[in-house]
Write a protein that binds this ligand. Structure first.
Ligand code: SF4
Ligand code: SF4
Length: 225
């Protein structure tokens, strides 16, 4: 799913991590599985959801998991492992359907490049469960995820410090030694950018492609410190 060259992902700015170029493997167009089970997707489409409608308009389901596994084994393996852990997939693997785009050409180029749906233009900011293991964006996504985890830890540290400072103010405890240095560090943080993190919650940060699962529910950066 080649991304618009001019399109700049907010994480590129927030983390200063330029996104690499797509190397046109086509795996993201021939091994697709949304982050919702097929029956939820159909229900959303019936209710007029634009993403669900566009998705079902261009995607053809594989007959079964084995058929998809022959084409994109890495995607299938990761997706099925992920489905076992998600509340949205109460029946685990049985709720997963893999799709291939009907417009992907034999040379792995998009047959409707100029008219492709928005979710193709936004890739990898799309609600798919996992990225293909050989996708050019995987190292970039891992780097983003590491930065994201650091941001999360910094938030927890800041909250703990706030509690310690309040306790000191109430006379319940001594001022923590770390206070001065941490306050200095916190002034370096670009606080105005933090709410972006919660508003995006892209799947490449929550996917099981690395060991730590960061569920969207755990992303509470918008709570005031
Ligand atoms: S429309 Fe083009 S970019 Fe989108 S999934 Fe199909 S082949 Fe890939
Ligand atoms: S899987 Fe990654 S590298 Fe391959 S076509 Fe899709 S975006 Fe490009």
């Amino acid at each position: 799913m080649p991304v618009d060259a001019h399109q700049r992902n907010p994480y590129e700015t927030l983390f200063n991590l330029p996104k690499p170029k797509c190397c046109s493997t086509g795996d993201c167009c021939k091994g697709v599985s949304p982050s919702k089970p097929f029956y939820t997707l159909w229900q959303q489409a019936a209710n007029g959801d634009e993403f669900a409608r566009n998705f079902l308009a261009i995607m053809q389901p594989y007959t079964n998991h084995q058929a998809a596994q022959k084409i994109v084994p890495g995607v299938v393996e990761r997706t099925l492992a992920s489905a076992k852990t998600l509340d949205d997939f109460p029946n685990g693997e049985d709720d997963v359907v893999f799709y291939r785009c009907r417009y992907l050409q034999h040379d792995n180029r998009c047959g409707v490049h100029e008219d492709r749906p928005q979710f193709c233009r936004d890739y990898p900011d799309t609600p798919f469960i996992v990225m293909a293991p050989n996708c050019a964006y995987v190292p970039w996504a891992k780097a983003c995820k590491a930065q994201y985890a650091k941001l999360k830890n910094d938030t927890e540290d800041a909250k703990a410090l706030k509690e310690a400072l309040l306790a000191a103010k109430r006379g319940e405890a001594a001022l923590p030694e770390i206070a001065n240095t941490t306050i200095a560090a916190l002034t370096e943080v670009d606080w105005a950018n933090w709410p972006w993190v919660l508003s995006l919650t892209p799947l490449y940060l929550t996917s099981p492609q690395t060991d730590v699962w960061l569920s969207p529910a755990s992303m509470d950066f918008t709570k005031k410190l």
